[in-house]
Design a protein around this ligand. Structure first.
Ligand SMILES: *Cc1c(COP(=O)(O)O)cnc(C)c1O
Length: 339
């Protein structure tokens, strides 16, 4: 039994998902003639109460497209120092859009409206980059799967309105946030100008992300996607996996969250562990005591076929997911209890 908790991206399609993919109706999506892609896009636009949605191969490409839609070269996006767009998209903000990031020193990947206010460059001070966009991530990845306080997100919306800034949500794991907070997709659709969501994380698809927004902004999205090389042909085989996941894998996310909390409870009691970050969804981040060697600890686990990742500074991460079964969970807890 190999237990892979490095990420929720390691899942493989279930039999049911594969069947749905193999029997998908397809067409050329560059001509917008793929019925499965069109159905997925329509479903997400309706779910979030927005005009349009567009299918992408990756979340990075969906986020990068959003950055491009909201900004011109030389401008600046406000985001957290932990944000995926800053840390894990290969420097795409500068490469693709020619913009810089103003980083907020937030808490677990989250920040406040007053921190946003303080990060805006005065528009008439032409020495500084013009601030045009605020980006938030929910749940926060590097922040340990934390969920934002919706009231704070609303206060940030007000700041965006006052200063005429775009508001983009990186919702790669928004599904996990919705499962925990019981908020509705439409609440987010009302608040944000653009939202990206992923199907290849908790929902267990092999690939796929969607960018959602209103017509005025989204009309440029298909062109940017084409420029980035994301115009795909009979991609309905992949969109069908997304449709299947919405029907079958959304309601089970709370199981992943429950398992993550149970792992956290065991880790809390281990003497070699200094700290476990609060666990709200499917990500467990914990820190080893300073005297414990991180690579040695990782090796002890991998010798037992348990794979997790180190994040530097003695911090480690485990992520629960669809392919992490009850049997694996029981086995992992037994092994952890031996430390
Ligand atoms: C995974 C992830 C993405 C998208 O990543 P891709 O690998 O490009 O699909 C975007 N934002 C966050 C927070 C993520 O965790």
């Amino acid at each position: 039994m190999i237990i892979d908790l490095r990420s929720d991206t390691v899942t493989k399609p279930t039999k049911g998902m594969l069947d749905a993919m193999m029997s998908a109706e397809v067409g050329d999506d560059v001509y917008k003639e793929d019925p499965s892609v069109n159905a997925l896009e329509k479903r997400l636009a309706d779910m979030f109460g927005k005009d349009q949605a567009l299918f992408f191969p990756t979340g990075s490409m969906a986020n990068q497209t959003a950055l491009k839609l909201h900004t011109n070269p030389g401008e600046q996006v406000i985001c957290d120092k932990y944000s995926h767009i800053y840390n894990y998209e290969g420097g795409g903000a500068s490469f693709n859009s020619g913009i810089s990031c103003k980083l907020i020193d937030g808490n677990r990947g989250m920040f406040t409206a007053s921190q946003v206010e303080a990060s805006i460059n005065p528009p008439d001070f032409y020495h500084s980059p013009l601030t045009t966009l605020v980006e938030v991530e929910n749940t926060t990845n590097k922040g340990g799967g934390a969920c934002w306080d919706f009231e704070e997100l609303k206060r940030i919306r007000k700041v965006c309105d006052t200063h005429n800034l775009g508001y983009h949500l990186d919702g790669a794991r928004l599904w996990n946030a919705l499962a925990t907070t019981k908020e509705k997709a439409k609440d987010y659709g009302q608040l944000f100008d653009t939202i990206s969501v992923c199907f290849s994380k908790g929902l267990g698809c092999p690939i796929g992300s969607v960018l959602i927004g209103d017509k005025d902004l989204m009309q440029g999205a298909i062109r940017v996607r084409k420029i980035l090389g994301g115009g795909m042909r009979q991609v309905g085989y992949l969109a069908a996996a997304g449709l299947y996941a919405l029907d079958h894998h959304l309601d089970r996310l709370s199981e992943d969250h429950k398992k993550a909390k149970e792992i956290g409870a065991v880790l809390e009691d281990l003497s070699i562990i200094a700290k476990v970050e609060p666990i709200e969804t499917n990500i467990v981040i914990f820190e080893l005591e300073p005297h414990v060697d991180e690579s040695e600890f990782l090796k002890q686990l991998s010798d037992k076929d348990i794979h997790i990742i180190g994040m530097g500074s003695n911090k480690l991460r485990m992520v629960t997911h669809l392919d992490y079964t009850d049997a694996m969970h029981k086995h992992l807890l037994d092994i952890l209890n031996e430390f």
